[in-house]
Design a protein around this ligand. Structure first.
Ligand code: PNS
Length: 163
C-alpha cells in the first residue's frame, strides 16, 4: 500500500524552512501533497493560486511524487480527499510545539486514521517565518536564502516601488 502524506500550511509565502521539510518528506512518502490553505479569516499577501504557482516552481525538481493543491476547511478532510494517512508538519523550535501538539491531537480526534509526522526544521532555517520574510522584503532587505527563488521574485515585485 502506498504511503501518502499531506503537508498543509498557509505558505504566505513558502519559506526555505517549509521547502526543506517538503524535500525531506518527499523522500519518506510515496506521494506528498502540499496543501495551501485558503483561510477566509486572514488577509494573505498572495492569493492561493499565486502561492500554488510559487510552490509548484519551487518543488519542480523534487520528483513526480509531489503535488501542490489549494484547500478550504479542515486539513483532515483534505487528507481524506487525497487518501493520505499522514499529515506532515515542521517544528522549528520548542515554541512551535504547543500549538502543533494541539493541532495534532485535534486532527487525530477528528480522524483517528490520520497521524501527524513532525520533521525538525533544518537548523539553518530555525529563525525563519513567512511573516519575517515578508517584513524584510517590505522594507527592502535581502531575502535571498530565506525563501525559494520564485517566492523571492514575487516578493520583490510585490514590494517594488514604481519609478
Ligand atoms: O502555516 P500555518 O498557518 O502554520 O498552517 C496552519 C494549518 C493550515 C496547518 C492549520 O491552520 C489548519 O490545519 N487549518 C485548517 C483547519 C483545521 O483543520 N483546523 C482543525 C485542526 S487544527
Amino acid at each position: 500500500m502506498s504511503r501518502v502524506a499531506v503537508f498543509p500550511g498557509s505558505f504566505d509565502p513558502m519559506t526555505n524552512a517549509h521547502l526543506d521539510v517538503a524535500r525531506r518528506a518527499a523522500t519518506l512518502f510515496d506521494r506528498l501533497v502540499v496543501g495551501v490553505l485558503n483561510n477566509p479569516r486572514k488577509s494573505p499577501l498572495f492569493t492561493v493560486d499565486e502561492r500554488i504557482a510559487q510552490i509548484q516552481e519551487a518543488v519542480a525538481d523534487f520528483g513526480v511524487n509531489v503535488e501542490v493543491a489549494g484547500f478550504d476547511g479542515l486539513t483532515v478532510e483534505f487528507a481524506r480527499r487525497h487518501e493520505a494517512g499522514f499529515i506532515v508538519r515542521g517544528l522549528r523550535a520548542v515554541s512551535d510545539f504547543e500549538a502543533e501538539l494541539q493541532m495534532a491531537h485535534t486532527n487525530r480526534k477528528l480522524q483517528p486514521g490520520v497521524d501527524t509526522v513532525f520533521l525538525m526544521s533544518a537548523l539553518d532555517y530555525g529563525y525563519l517565518s513567512s511573516s519575517l520574510a515578508k517584513e524584510v522584503a517590505q522594507f527592502g532587505g535581502e531575502i535571498a536564502g530565506m525563501v525559494p527563488d520564485p517566492v523571492a521574485v514575487a516578493l520583490r515585485t510585490r514590494f517594488s516601488t514604481p519609478g
